[in-house]
Design a protein around this ligand. Sequence first.
Ligand code: ZN
Length: 425
Amino acid sequence: MLPMDAEFTVIRDGAVAVRDGKIEDVGEYGEIVSRYDSEEIIGGEGRVVIPGLVNTHTHAAMVYFRGLADDLPLKEWLEKHIWPAESKWLSPQFVSDAAELACLEMLKAGITTYNDMYFFEDAAAISTRKMGMRAVLGVGILDFPSVSARTTSEYLKNAERFIRDWKDDGLITPCVAPHSVYTCGPDTLNKAKGLAEKYDLLLHIHLSETEWEVGETMVRYRRRPVEHLEDIGFLDENVLAVHCVWLEDGEIELLAKRSVGVSHCMESNLKLASGFAPVVMMLMSGIKVTFGTDGAASNNDLNILSEMSTTAKVHKALSNNPTVLDAKTALLMATRWGAEVLGLGNVTGNIVKGKAADLVIINIDKPHLAPLYDIYSHIVYSLRASDVETVMVAGKIAVKDGRLMTGDESEILAKARAWGEKIRQ
Ligand SMILES: [Zn+2]
């Protein structure tokens, strides 16, 4: 078992005792079994227990646009394909059905918490709860009309109503999600920040994803995107900045100084050829960099295991240094740091007494996982989503022996195919 504590302890044949949704104790399997008659004891021979993985940035319902338009530049992909498809198809029913598929995909890949930015988030919240998953959800805020709102004040009103409705939920935590510096003016960003401060919530924003965004911000504000956010007093430890691809050294310093968390979406950045985020520099500056999948339309899957592996390898190659982004660091970024940058550091992210039982059991009795010298290495470089056997969120089993326990898998897939048929026409 890998509790992901400060010492990177490895417990051989480890197990977790679970009671009332929380971790009651952690230790060797034999010892835990003899000491506790807990509701559930997680672990055993040939099995490795790790904390549930955290996906720090996605647009879950976009799974229904997976593979709809590929191999295009970001701007053309968004403006000619994704935004038109969204304005034609988005509805609470679409988000409700699509979020179920996204949760199914994520749970089966060992993800127990995700951070979302989208529209009709009530529907996403209800589906996520039903699927037994933990999520931080933010109603997207823009300065131009979409299917979900006509004016900025309507977006803000929707966002606040969502916050009030969900702020006391056990699995769902609201966040405030202004889309970006190029879709939200300073006044909107300030109001979004005010809302986050009023309810003490995470501020979730795309930042410096493309070179175009930097140029556009320079034209409008004579500042680079991070400098612009610093100028308006937006940056602090409650901000999660997504992408952070085009950063100059001074901007990295600013993000570090303000304790901003970063969600790095390697596969989405690679596929859209957005550029390479300076991840190693950010880590060296003390910034908590974590993993996001982004939406499935630009990735094209929701898999943190592959993000870890790809990210580690790409940044080794870019740095011309195979020692950077080692396996332990990668798993830390995908678990404890992920929870911390979402403001859930006291709730989830590692396996310690008192935290929520958000656990993943991996079956290591597989050809591509033998022999075993270093379990961190296996998890980051060799593990596949199909090796995830059991997934527990807040003490409830969501996936058992690779099968969904909180819903009907074939029904979710049938709905996805039916929507796909409609969207294709
Ligand atoms: Zn995104």
